[in-house]
Design a protein. Sequence first.
Length: 294
Amino acid sequence: MDKNEGNVLKFSLILTLSFFFLELFGGIYSKSLALISDSFHMLLDSFALGLTYFSMIISLKAKTDEKTYGYKRAEILSAFFNSLTLLFLSLVIIYKAVLRFYKPVEIKKEALISIAFIGLIVNLINLFFLHKFQKKSLNIKSAYLHILSDSFGSIIVLISSALLYITKRTYFDSIASIIISFLILITSSKLFIKTINILMESVPSNFDLKDIKEDLKSLPSVLDIHDLHIWSITSNFPIITAHIVVGEEKRGQEVLEKANKILKEKYNINHSTIQIETTYQDKCEQANGNCSRS
């Protein structure tokens, strides 16, 4: 991990997390659901930044005899529980916002506008510092996009605050909180589904099993591919296992080398376990091992 990247991430994380608490307590004080919902959006940003930093740190931690992949799955477990919590909180906010259409609550407008404006400034500062690194780091780009999305949330809160201040209509706050909560629902549900797929060891969405199988079958002397499995330990850590049946035993090593080359260069899969089988072995297995060479 680049030292400057780490420092920028830590700065952005501390800034965003600090404002989350300010916005949350400000929302409670001013009785603004829009601020409270946007604070959860800030929490989502804090999580994205923290997860990015955490994944960079954890990737440097050595694996052990018990944890042969190290602690890489910790990122997924954290993402799973975080997304689940945010899904629940956003639904609660929507429910409370709908209730406020029927039972309006007086909102302290001055505090609302001030905190909403500070929130936008915080997001712009984060975008400024992360912009330089998001072009060369996928992890930071992910966090950058999270904050960019939250900036729209801050703008929505600012607009609703201004409308509330001018018109004295409190339903603008409820409308803003519902819009922001739906933004959180969309982002969190995508994260939730992604973590579920990784934990269930599904084929990563950026791979097509049929395409990989066809590429491997196109190699010289390859007759068949079976027991092909692709899954991820964590994000951007795909693993593949496969049995490749070859017609000529002497070409097994050549096929193995070419298969690994395709997987690395075309699909960026660096962790593969491939078993080469001959037609003789295949027939023997079908006969439950009751065969011998003549």
